[in-house]
Design a protein around this ligand. Structure first.
Ligand code: ADP
Length: 636
């Protein structure tokens, strides 16, 4: 157990994180108070699902899962609101663990990420899913009475707290298994204790819950009868929600609002989904699939890029487990949804799942349908695409690396900045513009700014050849897996040049100068050649077609990986004034300094790192001083 400490016989202190969360939540969510009921109903529904699931395999629970409804009572005089379920319930220890501490590992990160700005934090909390403690938004005191299914009547417990750092626990006797939560509603929120309010809130947030939600209200005839004002009116239950799993209903009968409402509770996302796909596959094997493409990265994904959850597996409408790990490849881990299969055994385990041919088939469909959704958004473009791309573009790119089968399909959904247009462009767009060439040229760099001014693309610009500017960290990996797209080669501009007829040839003097630079730089550099492709730059680094690019070397070093020793090759532009001036330099020492300078500059333009930055600064300063002295001497 955690650091829950006991103050006296039956009083316990909350875990520090609970106290912190409580305070924050009550302030941040004050204006969004209605969600507390959604959270309590959702817990009651989860508890019902759990009982149904355990009853499948645990003989002693058989039959207990018959009356799985959620009941809501309110009493405006006593100022109470009660949520009762007949689900799995909790043991004493579970109550301590679940309601006294925060078990979820993401909570700590979540608390750390709060900014203190109430508005932003409220949005975060909304995404995060606030759970049980949201009851304290509207209640002065919360009482939980619970009995674990299968336990004896006198093994039940009562948990009470006013949310001020402590809670009380005492043993009680409870007739039925399940949980009853009684809120002592605070004065500010008494208006909630009203049939129409409650009906509206339940319908709004919990309509899709698959267990019936009964609201107990005065009998219609009694309510009208003013004479009975003194005596308590007789109550009757009214089922408020649809109580049918949304994905099992015919598509034609589900409105967009219903799809969105279901999404919002499934994903805990205050933003609507970008789009969704609903398939009901009938036949030898039948299953339903409801997939959503979110608009923004869910909280878990922002906090932990490895998190994979969000695809729930049901078997004949019984919730079995989160099966994102089995059903979604990692590059689609932002997708949300539900898969319901009629043909898997109810007591399926993760191991069985992993080997199931049916699951492989469902997984293939999930991938295909997800890519269909993304394709639609990509083709439509505009703000929605931009939102999708900003949130998930980098993750989607992993598909090129990971999914050999879908590589080309995923690649066609990617967009990059390009020298040919201000708008990001795709590989298909590039092919349309490239004429009869057979090479897609790209440059990888740290930023669009570095890429646009890179010496490597000067000759391409002059010749009107488009270059894709890949500036995302992952792009280097993407192109290392994507050598070809629709029959066209992908090539880095640092490793080659377009074949054109009017290729200029370097003259003897240029070759000689290159030889001198090589001699001056020694082992620091591989080959030094005259490069006639550059127009504005003095020099550039070139890598062999099969060598690791400078950008990749840098990324690997940052990731703590060993990088094989490679010496960069250098090309110098004999038509550049600096190189021309070097050619006339007799002083060997100065020539060496200049050669080093030109080499360092080429590395810098690459976004690379200098082996000796201080040495570089020193050389530049020496040369500057000389030049300035000469200039002022000239003026004398
Ligand atoms: P979450 O539901 O997101 O895990 P909560 O704070 O809502 O977080 O609840 C914490 C835990 O308390 C739940 O995971 C569950 O184990 C338990 N719990 C809450 N409400 C109930 C209930 N009505 N029946 C059984 N267990 C419950």
């Amino acid at each position: 157990m955690n650091d829950t400490s006991q103050a006296n016989d039956n009083t316990y202190r909350f875990d520090a994180e609970v106290s912190q969360l409580l305070k924050l939540m009550i302030n941040a969510l004050y204006s969004n108070r209605e969600i507390f009921l959604r959270e309590l109903i959702s817990n009651a529904s989860d508890a019902s699902d759990k009982l149904r699931f355990e009853a499948l395999t645990d003989e002693s629970l058989k039959g207990l899962d018959q009356d799985l409804k959620i009941e809501i009572h309110f009493d405006a005089d006593a100022k109470t609101l009660t949520v009762t379920d007949h689900g799995i319930g909790m043991t004493r220890q579970e109550v301590i663990d679940n309601l006294g501490t925060i078990a979820r590992s993401g909570t700590r990160q979540f608390l750390e990420s709060l900014s203190g700005d109430a508005k932003k934090d409220a949005q975060l909390i909304g995404q995060f899913g606030v759970g049980f403690y949201s009851a304290f938004i509207v209640a002065d005191e919360v009482m939980v009475e619970t009995r674990r299914a299968g336990a004896a009547a006198d093994e039940a417990v009562r948990w009470t707290s006013s949310g001020q750092g402590e809670y009380q626990l005492e043993p009680i006797t409870k007739d039925q298994h399940g949980t009853r939560i009684v809120l002592q509603v605070s004065q500010d929120h008494e208006d909630l204790l009203n049939q129409w309010q409650l009906e509206r809130i339940i319908r709004h947030y919990s309509n899709h819950i698959a267990v019936p939600i009964e609201l107990w209200a005065p009998k219609a005839s009694d309510a009208d009868d003013k004479k009975q004002a003194d005596s308590k009116p007789e109550l009757e239950p009214k089922v408020i929600n649809e109580a049918k799993a949304l994905w099992t209903r015919p598509k034609s009968e589900i409105s967009d609002d219903e799809y969105q409402a279901f999404y919002s509770s499934l994903a805990n996302d205050p933003q609507p989904a970008l789009s969704w796909a609903h398939h009901q596959v009938e036949g030898a094997q039948s299953y339903s699939l409801l997939l959503y493409l979110p608009k923004q990265a869910p909280f878990e994904l922002m906090m932990n890029r490895d998190s994979v959850e969000g695809l729930k597996l049901y078997i004949q409408r019984v919730f079995i487990m989160d099966a994102a790990e089995e059903l979604l490849p990692r590059y689609l881990r932002f997708m949300r949804g539900v898969v319901d299969s009629a043909d898997l055994p109810l007591n399926v385990s993760r191991e069985i799942l992993q080997d199931s041919p049916l699951l492989k088939k469902i997984r293939a469909t999930v991938i295909k349908r997800s890519l269909d959704l993304i394709e639609k958004v990509t083709e439509a473009g505009g703000e929605e695409w931009q939102q999708f791309w900003d949130s998930f573009g980098t993750i989607l790119k992993e598909g090129v690396i990971e999914d050999f089968e879908q590589r080309e399909r995923v690649a066609s959904l990617l967009r990059f900045p390009s020298t040919a247009s201000d708008e990001p462009t795709g590989l298909d767009g590039y092919i349309e513009r490239m004429g009869d060439s057979d090479t897609i040229w790209y440059l990888t760099a740290d930023s669009e700014q570095v890429a646009k001014h890179s010496p490597h693309i000067e000759s391409f610009k002059d010749k009107g050849i488009e270059v894709l500017l890949l500036t995302d960290r992952i792009d280097e990996w993407v192109v290392s897996h994507l050598h070809e797209f629709k029959g066209k080669q992908l090539k880095s501009v640092t490793a080659g040049q377009p074949d054109t007829d009017d290729q200029p040839k370097p003259d003897k003097a240029a070759k000689k100068l290159a030889g001198r630079v090589k001699k001056a730089l020694g082992d620091k550099v591989g080959n030094v050649e005259p490069g006639l492709q550059m127009t504005h730059s003095a020099a550039r680094i070139v890598t062999g077609e099969h060598d690791m690019s400078i950008q990749m070397q840098k990324l690997m070093r940052q990731a703590g990986q060993a990088v094989p020793d490679t010496t960069p090759n250098l090309e110098i532009n004999p038509n550049h004034p600096l190189i021309e001036a070097m050619a006339t330099q007799d002083n060997d020492q100065r020539f060496e300094g200049l050669a080093q300078l030109v080499f360092d500059q080429a590395l810098l333009a690459e976004g690379g790192e200098l082996a000796d930055p201080a040495g570089y600064v020193k050389t530049v300063n020496t040369l500057l001083v000389e030049a300035l002295n000469q200039a002022s001497n000239g003026h004398d």
